[in-house]
Design a protein around this ligand. Structure first.
Ligand code: PEP
Length: 248
């Protein structure tokens, strides 16, 4: 069965709640497409108004992060149950900015992935190499380590629902996109890794996005690759261009 493409915007720390509602209205007609899944991953404070703003449209809402504990004394954190109750469907886990600036490590991310599934959320699990790692020729070793560590004790049935975002760190927010060949090669490598860890059916089902300076000009070629099932889009998700990416 063909995998359904998934195109998700990562708004990062942009958009106040009122700006968020305005952006949803501006993008509403532009992102219409019943053939792909469209997701806005938004800052926590925007979740409630954005869920309301996209009601009745083809857009689903995602969070940019969550904590793995059920509830309690974790000041400043947001639980999976809170996200689920607010109408969130997806949650980004392990974005390179969280790994880098907030020192989130794979053991923590593994707990988050498991908790997200337990709560009925779909994780968008990010992985990707630095420029230094690419130049040293260890890209796939690094990514395999991330995937294997982040998916400890995650079942095949869960992985079939999972979204993995391959995001080379050197391509995020830099305007420097990976070549189509580089992106396809790593996305295939991730699928092969899933086949080794689970089985061919699981590898065939998991959706793998490319992220890193995706724009209206390069989306079509990237998304046409056999192992690229859509994109995680940062900068270009905040403007009308996102509609062109969704309708690549
Ligand atoms: C991202 O933040 O996940 C991302 C890919 O950003 P950009 O599209 O701006 O490179």
């Amino acid at each position: 069965m063909a995998r359904r493409k998934i195109i998700a915007g990562n708004w990062k720390m942009n958009m106040t709640p009122s700006e968020a509602v305005k952006l949803c209205a501006e993008l509403k007609e532009l992102v219409k497409n019943d053939d792909v899944d469209v997701v806005y991953c938004v800052p926590a404070i925007d979740i409630v108004p954005v869920v309301e703003a996209v009601k009745g449209t083809n857009v689903e809402v995602g969070a940019e992060n969550m904590y793995f504990e059920e509830k309690g004394a974790y000041t400043g954190e947001i639980s999976a149950a809170m996200l689920k109750d607010a109408g969130v469907k997806y949650v980004i886990i392990g974005h390179s900015e969280r790994r880098d600036y907030f020192k989130e490590e794979d053991a923590l991310l593994n707990k988050k992935v498991k908790k997200a599934f337990e709560a009925g959320l779909t994780p968008i699990l990010c992985c990707g190499e630095s420029l230094e790692q690419r130049e040293m020729g260890v890209t796939m070793d690094w990514i395999r380590l991330q995937i294997k560590s982040d998916l400890v004790d995650v079942t095949a049935d869960q992985v079939k629902e999972l979204v993995i975002a391959y995001e080379p760190i050197w391509a995020i927010g830099t305007g420097k996109t990976a070549t189509t060949e580089q992106a396809q090669e790593v996305c295939k490598g991730i699928r092969d890794c899933i086949a080794e860890m689970y089985d061919d059916a699981t590898a065939a089902a998991v959706r793998i996005q490319y992220g890193g300076s995706v724009n209206a000009g390069n989306a079509a070629e990237l998304f046409a690759q056999p192992d690229i099932d859509g994109g995680l889009v940062g900068g270009a998700s905040l403007k009308a261009d996102f509609g062109k990416i969704v309708n690549y």
